[in-house]
Design a protein. Sequence first.
Lengths: 262, 384, 292
Amino acid sequence: MKNRTVLPNIYLIVILCLFYLPIILVILYSFNVSRISSVWEGFTLDWYRELLRDRSMFEALRNSLILAALSSAAAGVVGTLGATGMARRRMRGGKAMEYLSTLPIMIPEIILGLVLLVFFSALGLPFGMVTLVIAHTIFCIPYVYLMVKARLAGLDKSYVEAARDLGASEMRAFYDITLPLTAPAIVSGVLLSFAMSFDDVIISVFVTGANTNTLPIKIYSQLKTGVTPKTNALCAVIFLVTVFLGGLSAWIARPRKKDINI
Amino acid sequence: MDSPPEEKGYKHITIIWEVNMKKTGSVLLTALLLTVFLAGCGGEQDASGSDRQEGGTGTTASGQLNLFTWEGMFPQELLDGFEEETGYRINYVNFDYDETMLAKLEASKGGDYDLVIADDYIIETVIAEELAQALDTSRIENYGNIDAVYQGQFYDPDDQYTVPFGAGVQTIVYDPAQVDITINGYADLWDESLADSIGIIANYRVIDGLALKVLGESYNTEDLDKIKEAGDLLKDLAPNIRLIKDDNLQDDLISGEVSAAVMYTSQVTTAKLANPDLEIVYPSEGIGFGIMAGFIPSDAPNADAAYAFLDYLLDAENAAAYFEYLGYYSTNVAANDYLSDDMKDLLTIPEGYATDMEMIQNIGSEAEQLHSTEWVEFKTAAGQ
Amino acid sequence: MMSKKNRQSARESGASRLLVAPMYLITLFFVLGPLIYMVVLSFQQRAEVWGVENRFTIGNYLRIFEPVYMNTFIQSLKLALLSTALIVLIGYPFGYFMAKLSTKWRSRAMFALIIPFWTSSLMRLYGWIIVFRANGVLDTILMRFGLTDAPLKLLYTYPAVVTGMIYVLLPFMIYAVYASVEKMDWSLIEAARDLGASPVRAFVTVCLPLTLPGLFSGVILTFIPSMGLYFIADILGGNKIVLIGNVIQEQLMKAHDWPFAAALAIVLMLLTSLLLFLYGKITKSDSLEGLI
């Protein structure tokens, strides 16, 4: 059902523009000759050249991508399974479990980070990718869980019942009916988790190891001790890559003529 | 109304499923491809610690220095120079707060890092917690270059563990073009003409201390009544405060967001270089003084690399380059000869002030608690 | 002999248990564990030099009742409620309109939203500084059009912080609402319209209740972080807007009073949970029941 009037679309566009405004400005200032952001002194590509020479930046980027992929995938699986299971049957202690699992987003990151640091240290876990993935998965699960749960809540049970009546097994019904219907929620949850993990600074600072630097930590450190346009340049690059990725996958997944118009 | 016909609904669903799966699949695929591509790129720098990171208490290759300090301390050329000269590869790890550093150092039981550079007061704790190892100064050729003025301080009275890496004072800087009065000391900051125009750093020992200084007290007093009095005095300052920020406060002074500021030395240096008309004030009441120093953690995986770095940075020319980049006072007397003329004044303490300075040290928990409570009240008042 | 229904029931709960097992295990171990540590910590006493003493004390909790800290809680609450309310106002329509777009535009909109998210939120906030600061973008535009003749000095004020909060948290609300609206059966609205309801009436009586779970999720995902996001108040508020998150950070770092910080965090957690519980009761939204 399309938007009948043009007003809703205008609303969408205006909000999206406001969304992009700071980013556009950040990108603009990456070309600034002056180191200080408050003064514009001229156009230059120097910062980008400096960026390319910085190999620690690439390492950090790689680490962040791997971390985000692993965490959001893990959270996606665990969260979806959990939400589905919870929705089907009232589990003993289900409410408590649900509350507990959403706690990580209720606790301020700084104390969660510190507490995890001490906890992991007590467990003797090696600080690095292992602790990072665990920590990130913990705070990503709530996102997936809540999204899927909300989606399942409004789902018409008759679909599943119909399938069962037609003879489908549990697994079949889940795989063919429930999963596709909750797919948008799962995708939203995973994408959001990826973004949260990719952007996480505070918890990462605490639980990372000496040899594993992540991109947001690097940016954060740079912001703290001297914002140079190099950081802006980095963000510009990330932005472009993300846009490219998004465009690419949208192009791959474009509805073709043979797909039925939904 | 009947429920939707099963067949049509079923088809409907599988189509959504396929389309969504394709989308998700393609996104994940491209993300994966990108990750692999980047992994390939980053793979050139082999012997990269990232591949070998799970050695908790650090089994790093013999060729790596794990340097743990704030970001932006060294110019890239200096770091590259070290790598070329010695063959060690620098793994530059950052922390934001000294306390984070200590927490991590404790968690790794003094391992994981080879050289740590942090603030004086935290090093006092590090040494007390036995997380630093005594330095064998005979291994550092350039040790004699250290300016004796900065040694023998409260955190390491016998200079057993540390090498100074810069000193700073918190000074007032203001723009005479925007400020009508002449500022000579802290007390002038309370002037009404400065309403909503002062920026201060977010360090509550420094700012509470500002008021203590006006009252004629020591930064490190444990007298709770005096601290309370200072807190009340500070609240009167609240209307004049526009901004409380630790990082890059100089930007706001330069851009005109604030017309006066109490800042760290490195920020003062940057500001003055950007706008030579700014006035730097060494407050008449006396100033707070701090030293950054480097130490080797007790269980450092590669102490040899740390010694090499210490020696490298104590070399007069290297040190000069370091201090010019950093913007803090030079703690290396040999380096002073190599400082460029326009930077020399900014990087050395003016004559006569060496006696009027007091270092901000750790205080007891009761006094600390009161300080932090007063600080929150002050900030809240500033936000009204 | 077990009836077919019983056997099916047993198998169903078995399968359900398997499904929730990973979540249960991870939660029990990696969430409950640290949580217990945090609770224990909150009853300890900060040691003189560093760390904690093994003394039991409720002093930390008592300290929270000091007016300055109570005031901070109230401040945080006000800001969180204000931000959340504005986010609902802005985000719900967005999610709603987005769900009504055609399929290809829908996924485009979804990606358009997530892309800024992947650029560091810190940098994006700095982008807002460029907008808000004296003689920045906002001032330049307003002065160019003659609406104001002096810099607004909007930076480091309360409105700037609220803007930052909304900016950072809006996508959560949008996604949650979108996921819920998207799967709604539009024929129900059509039915209501056919029965004579005005568009507004149809919306309020049909659409709104059906999308409540999504709204609820959105509120959870928005309100909770808004109580703890201190870096926005730092960066855009010039540190003058003191939130509980700021206090916790400061207590943890500069004051190294871990027990007090833990106590604050636990109170914050309980407060947030209480509010969410009340909210759930008022909206009578309990997603589990939607499935029966």
